[in-house]
Ligand binder design. Sequence first.
Ligand SMILES: [Zn+2]
Length: 226
Amino acid sequence: MDDAGRGISSAGRRRHGGRSRHAAARGARLGRRAAVAVQPAGQSVLQPASVTTRLSCCDRADEGSRVKPLTEQDIRGSFVNATDEQLARLPIPGIHETLWDEREFLGWRDPQASHLGYIVHWMHDRPTGIVLRAASGGLRPGIAAMCSFCHSSQPATQVRMFSAPRAGDAGRNGNTIGSYICDDLACSLLIRIVPPHAQSSEHIAERADALLTRVHNFTATVMKTA
Ligand SMILES: [Zn+2]
């Protein structure tokens, strides 16, 4: 848990509007793409309200990333820390509804196994996926917390500790990397929900670039097996 304890703002104890207001803001921004179908392997299509689709992108010469849609095959073959069992039951998000040019990574929660989440992004020109396990206990309501990916400050109930098994033997031996991340793994959406005074394309591009860098760093740490 390298980052355990990080991201909680003890200074931000003001009360927020709670999940409903936050969800409403997202819903207003998301509009037509708010409902995303997730199809677990071998099962019928589900439409859980909490599942959000998003995706990966960004033209970063240093990382080799670029805006490029992911196929189901890309997603299934991308995971570096998944068990065979997890891959067999992997739910595929609604990639056909995804606005790829507004995503730094594709992130979604598992509607059948609520403790699991998944992120996939392009890294060195390859789709790279990470399985995340959500901590069972949430943060204390009434305080503010910050997502370590998108750096958005928000009610603590909307941020959760996730742990990712390291790739390879380290992960099989129980070695994990932990970080506080938006509960719905929808960072790409959140950074695009901004106050009017900050609603410049440059500002969003800066946040998107920073978000992608942090996601890359997280994945690189998960993949570091030495
Ligand atoms: Zn976030």
